[in-house]
Design a protein around this ligand. Sequence first.
Ligand code: BGC
Length: 381
Amino acid sequence: MSSLRPVLIAALCTGAIAAMPAAGAAQAHRASFGALSDGTRIEAVDLSSHAGIRVRIITLGARIQSLYTPDRAGKSGDIVLGFSSPQQYFADGNYFGATVGRFANRIGKGRFTLDGHSYQLSVNDHGNSLHGGARGFDKRVWKIDSLRGGASASVVMSYVSPDGEEGYPGTLHVTATYTLSDNGELRIDYRATTDKPTIINMSGHSYFNLASSPAHFSTMRDLLQINASHYTPVDSVLIPTGSIVPVANTPFDFRKPTPIGLHIRDGNDAQIRYCHGYDMNFVLDGRPGGTPRLAARVEDPRSGRVLEVYTTAPGVQFYSGNFLDGTIVGKHGIVYRQGDAVVLEPQDFPDAPNHPNFPSATLRPGATYHNVIVYRFSVRR
Ligand code: BGC
C-alpha cells in the first residue's frame, strides 16, 4: 500500500488515474511447495486481497494450506490447521484443508447400486469408504489450469479421475476454482462431469481455528450457529441410519449461537458417544441450489474473528476435530489435540446412494455437478 501511494499521487496530478491498477487489486502468484518422497513436484498458488486476506492452495489435493486473516486488532494470523511440507500431507489421514471426493464422508461398506449395477468401492474406515476411499482426491496431484488477478484473484485446478478409480464408475473431470475477492470472501466452486452414470459429492475439508494462537487453541468456547432444523443420525460406525430427525431438544440444536463445548460431553446422547463429540450431517434449512445460502457461522469471542459459510449444498457436516489426539505436530510447531478445530463441510448427505429418501447424488453424462462454498471472513468489534 505505502509503495503505491507516491504513484497514486503522481497519477492524480497528471490525471492518469484511469490507467492505474485498482488500489484494491487482488493478486495471484505461483510458487513451489517442494516435492513428495517419490520426487513428484507440488506447486502452490498464493491469492491475496486488499482486505488483508492471504490464502495458499497447493496442488496436492487442491487444498488450502494456509489462510491468514486479521483479528479485531488488525493482527494477521493463520486460521487453518495443516503442515508445511507435501510429504506430511501425503502421510496423514486427516484431510487437512483438502478437496474431498469422489464422495465426501462415508458410504456404508463401500457399496452402492446404480441403474441395476452394484459397485464395490475401496474401503478405508471400519469397512466403510470415507472421503473417496484409500486414495481420494486429497492424495492426487491436481493441475493448475489458470490463474487470474484483478478485481478478485482466482485459480482453477483440475483432475481427471479414471473410470474405476477406487471402484467408482465413469471417467470424471473435476475442477476446483478458488476465488478471493476484496470484500473478504473466499469462494470455492467444485464442478464435475462424467462419461458414465456415477455418484459424486465434493467438499472442502478445512480445519478452522479462528483464535490462531497456541495459548488459546481450543475451539470449545467458539460460538457456532448452524441453520439446520434437522440432522441425519448415524450408527456406531458413523453410517447414517436413514432417518432425518429434528434438532430441537438435542445437543445438535445450533439454530442460535451456542458454545461448541456446551453439550459436547453429554454422555446421555448416543450420537455424541458414537462420534466422540460432533461429527454429523445437518440438513440445511432453505432450498439447495441457486444462490448460496448461509449454512453456518462461527465466532471466536477472544480474537473477534467471524467465519460465515454459505453453500448451495443440501447439508453440512460439522466435525469437531474429535480424532485429533495430540500425536500430530502441525505448522508453526503446534500440537493438535481433540477439539482444536471446527470443520464445516457443505455436502450431499453421507451415504446418500443407499438412502432413497436423501437428495440424490447421482451424476449422469451431459450434466455438470456444481457445489459452491463461500467462506466470508469478518471481525466483531
Ligand atoms: C469425518 C470424520 C473423519 C474426518 C477425517 C470428517 O469429515 O466426518 O468422521 O474422521 O473427516 O479427518
